[in-house]
Design a binder for this molecule. Sequence first.
Ligand code: PHE
Ligand code: ZN
Length: 862
Amino acid sequence: MDTRTSPAAPPKTIRREDYRQPDWIVPDVALDFDLGAERTVVRARLEVRRQAPAPLVLDGDGLVPVAVRVDGQATEAWRLDGGALVLDLPGDAHVVETEVALSPQTNTQLMGLYASGGLLCTQCEAEGFRRITFFPDRPDVLSRYRVRLVADKARYPVLLSNGDLVGSGDLDDGRHFAEWHDPFPKPSYLFAAVAGDLAERRDSFTTASGRTVQLGIWTRAEDRPRTAHAMESLKLSMAWDERVYGREYDLGIFNIVAVNDFNFGAMENKGLNIFNTRYILADPDEATDSDYDGIAAVVAHEYFHNWSGNRVTCRDWFQLSLKEGFTVFRDQGFSADLGSPAVRRIEDVRALRATQFPEDAGPLAHPVRPESYMEISNFYTATIYNKGAELIRMIHTLVGPGRFRQGSDLYFERHDGEAATCEDFVVAMEVGAQVDLTAFRRWYGQAGTPRVEARIARVEDGTVSLALRQSTPPTPGQPDKSPVPIPLRTALFDRASGARLAEQLVLLEDAEATVALGRAPGDVALSINRGFSAPIVLVADRATDELAFLAAHDDDPFARYEAVQGLMLEALVDRVASGDAGGAADAAVDAVGAMLADPALDDAFVAEAALLPSESFIGDQMLVVEPLAIHDAREWLRARIGRAHLAAWRERQERGANQPFAYTPEAKGRRRLRGVALAYLLAARDTDAAARALDQFQRADNMTDRFSALSALVGSDAAERETALDAFRVRHGGSPLVLDKWFGVQAGSSRSDTLETVVRLSRDPDFTLANPNRARALIGGFGANQLALHDDGGAGYRFLADQILQLDRLNPQTAARLVPPLGRWRRFGEARAAAMRAQLERMLRTPGLSRDLYEQVFRSID
Ligand code: PHE
Ligand code: ZN
């Protein structure tokens, strides 16, 4: 089917309120694949059962039926309707067989069955299965799958699908086959098959009840040594889900396949996860510590989906956060337990503010449970994932871990084997955790980030009271907002002694409230939204010296981090507004110095807290974003913090530099702080900073130190920059994932020639839009570069739009995900806004846009 749109025929909108149960279900399906890169033939045998008096509609996308049979008889009594195969069937139960031919080699969308680096693999979520065979491709149709794969044995010696291997053997003409049976009914989006010349890292895991699970991670043979960390992460995830959620794995086999070309991070297909190589492959020479963390988190995430997603799936795609928000919350808990919970929370909140807050404040804002979409692929968003996880976290905070577990137990028990809704989850929590979530439900339906104003006042008898007020700005389609229940972990500190006076969980339910916090004789400091207990923007009326006090004394590490960030933000905003930075800059400088001097703080925390707020987050605090002024202010503050603590930065950059690589929390923290220190030294224009960076780059025995040195150098004019960039490419040019870093780091550079560089790199023989990782590294990296994108009279916008349009021809999903930076046009001054909008309009006028891109651009213009 041609899903390409024209302005005359915009895509149709799907609405949540239109949900209807399926007219037909398919309890059993058998699939037969005759695999080849150029041509694959798929034969499907569906046992269909009527649920309503309606024709059988089998979704299809780009499929042409070669043959159709009903109850064993060939039939011509079918029609195609918008790609779907429609059959009027007489009875209530039939066997429908279809045959189609596919061309995996030319599938550049990476949805359905496609070729990647000599492999054949599938991606079905959300609606890719209909590109493989005719089927009711919706998550509330659950089927048992039997899959037979046939392929050339030399080219595709490994044949994998979901479930258990029930047969295999050789055929004539050098071909062979494998048969897989998945006993757990599943929706079509969880189907997967892989064929290729793959090497396996094999291991096993014994579950709590004593069953042995065979674990396999499959890659190209040369990548096999780099799968140890992923395997370790998998086993830790399996044990964690048993311990924390009481969830055991349910099949005899759990396989993971890593592929080069993948639209997302990874996919939780039942018993056969398929991963972007970037979230599997790691060794110290090629992956940074944050890559290692990403691998552990994504391996855990996909594994956890086996319960939160697969055993209990989603009724329809409006319920996507049911599995994604919950599963992100689960992987965040896993990562927190693995390392430092405080640092992990800081990282999660930084990611939320970098991606979700802007989304919630812009034209693409939507509720965690959306009301409508044109293309569901556009709704795999930070709101569904990260804000969704914050909703689950708030419930967890409200009821505590014990009752939360009772709620999750009840949820899994009630809905095992079903396609459920967000409402089902909330009800299970209400019953299992004994809590009334009537008002809380509003969080699911209302878009936008609530703003909470907080002010403390002293009442006559020495009682301190907290005045709170909440409001949520309007979002597209939702002009008026209601108050939502907001759990705020709050504490007071005595300014004189530094002692904490009281801590409580304040629940703000109404638009306004005043809460008594307790009696305090002297001056107090207010610590609020500790641990980021609610995903809100806090506007607390706190003086610089109060923030400085909290930066030094708050015993909640997250709140302490927030206080330091608050000082930095205040300094930066003042600097941009008036060229002056008041006392906040001095206080920020001192706060960083005090942390560097505090032996009780671990390096990873100091590194996080010393990091300046990003340019885009600074911009979010302003009425009109001025990218250049923001950049200059940030560099100015960075140089001040750098110069004020030169000796400490040098010492932190050198500390432990001669020790061989170790993957321990201490060593990771040291490396993290080393990178931050180096950036401060360069900003301070310390005389030997560039040489020092190059030295770190050259001597590093690991990617973390090498890459932090390269990142620090890439924005400079020093000769060392070219030396490092060239050496990096020579050393790592053969490794696609590392080459992505090389492209990405240049796209993120603050140099004034960045646009030129990116244009040149887009013509580099190693650049291709066909690989999503590469496209995201260069084009996505450029789109995220506030300074370069908004520089230079709109040339950056034009370049970005050109690339998006080109990519849309190949891969609509990945193209559509590059639009948001242009959609922020309202936040900029007139000239920039007009130039950005002009590019959106140009895109919308382009004939033959994909549905994906059309929707993103259309919504961004309004
Ligand atoms: N469901 C996947 C995850 O979150 C993400 C994904 C969506 C992957 C669509 C591919 C396609 O784990
Ligand atoms: Zn997920």
